[in-house]
Design a protein around this ligand. Structure first.
Ligand SMILES: [Zn+2]
Length: 421
């Protein structure tokens, strides 16, 4: 890997306009804006349709062709000299959490668009086409299985498997998808899947490392793996005042012992394990009735698949001991293995940053992203920029305009070199 970038890559990076990029970020954030400064733009909603229309308008103004696929992933193409060559793709998502911020997802899409415009401004022609993408329903805020669009494009999930999902508003995904596609009847259709040369996703870090280190950009090396499961504990209901403690089958007390045992299992002196119990439901949830049933969720993440597997394999025995005399059931809901991005793309991102004079960290991503799925289809990687306080999925989410520009510069330079033979 040469430790520099081409003159064209440098020229494109120099044409990145911090002001133009920031203006677009604020324009997009106005769609679904919340009174508290945040954004609520659910996937395939009225606001999402409006955001897509704005993106398509910007594409037309710049002379790019927008298109869409069956999963409503929105594509914007900057043509290459070789029209049929496999494209280099960059982007992220435009949907948000219900109380989300202005940058999660939106930044990656708009950084990709800014990079394409900067290439125009620098008069650069690339061999390969460059595609900007806005993936459908990354967040899972409305339809709770996220990464819908990227998982379909990658071939990991059939679109048909999502169509009957019901949103928090009671709408079927198939119907929301149809109204979104019908809002742009004239857009050309892309195939559900096609070969690509590479995928780069810029994103805010959603963690505190870059800000704390005063580092403007990171090349992301990997995305850690995830295991989600629900634990049901079954006890016996009874009168709180009359049933002796001895001999009770109290599902909450069993859950309490189970959580203590799980904490011991997940204890990690290196602080790499991520372990969260974010939902707990007690039934019948009455102050004077012994709990009959408790459900709690487990969100367990680690960059090393063998650690994920080893600890998960111990959960059953541990629960058996901790929950007795109650019984229990474990239901896995989501499983994603860690993804390491190819070294040569990570090196190229770091080389672009270095050549442009930006200090560049190497980070593993704690959150999952569309890049996790894209990586199944083509060599992929991510660029992180700092966000204030590491805060994300929150109305106060904030990235500095200068950092947004640095990430777009690294992206533009990398895209030029990846799309030039
Ligand atoms: Zn995101």
């Amino acid at each position: 890997m040469k430790n520099d970038v081409s003159d064209n890559a440098r020229a494109a990076a120099e044409m990145i306009s911090e002001e133009r990029l920031w203006g677009r970020l604020m324009d997009l954030a106005a769609i679904g804006a919340r009174p508290d400064g945040g954004v609520c733009r659910h996937a395939l909603s009225r606001e999402d349709i409006e955001a897509r229309a704005l993106m398509i308008r910007w594409a037309e103004q710049s002379g790019y062709e927008a298109s869409v696929d069956d999963a409503a992933n929105l594509w914007v193409r900057r043509p290459g000299l070789q029209a049929d060559a496999e494209p280099v793709i960059a982007g992220s998502h435009m949907d948000s959490q219900p109380a989300g911020g202005k940058f999660d997802g939106a930044y990656g899409v708009l950084a990709a668009f800014e990079a394409m415009q900067a290439m125009d401004d620098a008069g650069i022609k690339t061999d390969r086409p460059i595609d900007m993408v806005a993936w459908t329903n990354e967040e899972g805020g409305r339809f709770d299985r996220g990464c819908t669009g990227s998982s379909v494009w990658s071939g990991a999930m059939p679109l048909e498997g999502y169509l009957d999902d019901i949103g928090i508003d009671g709408v079927r995904l198939a119907d929301a998808l149809q109204s979104t596609l019908e809002a742009t009847p004239d857009l050309p259709r892309r195939p559900r899947q096609f070969a690509a040369h590479a995928y780069i996703e810029p994103h805010i870090e959603q963690g505190p490392v870059l800000e704390a280190g005063n580092i403007p950009v990171a090349a992301v090396t990997s995305i850690q793996g995830v295991r989600w499961m629900n634990v049901d504990i079954f006890g016996t209901a009874g009168h709180a005042g009359t049933t002796p403690l001895k001999g009770r089958h109290d599902a909450f007390q069993a859950a309490h012992r189970a959580v203590a045992a799980l904490n011991a299992l997940m204890d990690d002196p290196d602080d790499i394990v991520r372990f969260t119990i974010g939902r707990i439901i007690v039934e019948p949830n009455s102050p004077n009735t012994i709990p009959e049933k408790v459900m709690f969720s487990i969100d367990f993440r680690h960059p090393d698949k063998s650690v994920l597997e080893r600890k998960c394999s111990q959960i059953d025995d541990l629960l058996k001991e901790a929950t007795a005399p109650c019984s229990f059931k474990v239901t896995p809901t989501t499983q994603m293995d860690p993804t390491a991005f190819p070294q040569d793309i990570v090196d190229r991102l770091a080389a672009s940053a270095g050549a442009l004079g930006h200090e560049c960290a190497h980070l593993a991503s704690g959150a999952f992203h569309d890049a996790l799925y894209a990586a199944r289809r083509c060599p992929s990687a991510m660029i992180f920029i700092p966000c204030r306080g590491g805060l994300s999925h929150h109305p106060d989410e904030w990235a500095e305009p200068a950092h947004c520009a640095v990430g777009a510069q690294v992206l533009a330079a990398t895209l030029v070199d990846l799309s030039t033979n």
